[in-house]
Design a protein around this ligand. Structure first.
Ligand code: SF4
Length: 169
């Protein structure tokens, strides 16, 4: 279990470090602003787990639409004009977990910020970028340290890992 927790933490860190580069490589979907009716959203009590991907996570809500289940991630704080790359990857991971758990591929997921909600297509390109990222994470797990991949002081200032990161700017 500690290894699982470590992997989860590493995923969060590397999502933040690598997301911009991955978006350029994969052309990730930017998301569509949609109106959301939160009726029918079901809170997720237990984390989802994929033993093959070695991935665990808990979306905030699941929505059933016909035969498919859509994951929803709720974010607090400032609403950006477009979803953050790291949030898109986090949602992609939830789509992969839902696919494994439900046996049906979600066509998209939702990221709900306080002022607006974005619908993000779970495209094959996004899935492949996620799988590449997970491979990269596994390689980094073998290293004692993972170096910062950017020179943006602003990014470190906004980062939730700032207090524990010895690579912050
Ligand atoms: S503080 Fe900066 S270097 Fe450290 S994880 Fe956050 S963004 Fe990366």
């Amino acid at each position: 279990m500690p290894a699982l927790i470590l992997l989860t933490l590493l995923i969060a860190l590397i999502f933040l470090w690598q997301a911009s580069r991955k978006q350029r490589q994969a052309g990730l979907p930017g998301g569509r602003i949609i109106y959301t009716d939160t009726q029918g959203w079901r809170r997720v009590e237990q984390p989802l787990y994929d033993p093959i991907l070695g991935l665990t996570g808990k979306p905030d809500y699941l929505i059933r639409r016909g035969k498919t289940i859509i994951p929803v991630e709720v974010k607090t704080g400032r609403t950006p004009p477009a979803p953050y790359d790291s949030h898109i990857f986090q949602l992609a991971a939830y789509c992969a977990l839902v696919h494994r758990a439900a046996g049906a591929r979600p066509p998209h997921g939702l990221i709900k910020y306080p002022q607006r909600t974005f619908e993000i297509d779970y495209t094959p390109a996004l899935e492949h970028a996620l799988l590449d990222l997970l491979d990269e994470i596994r390689q980094h797990r073998r290293k004692r340290t993972v170096n910062r991949s950017h020179e943006s002081r602003a990014r470190c200032t906004r980062c939730g890992y700032r207090t524990i990161c010895d690579q912050r700017l």
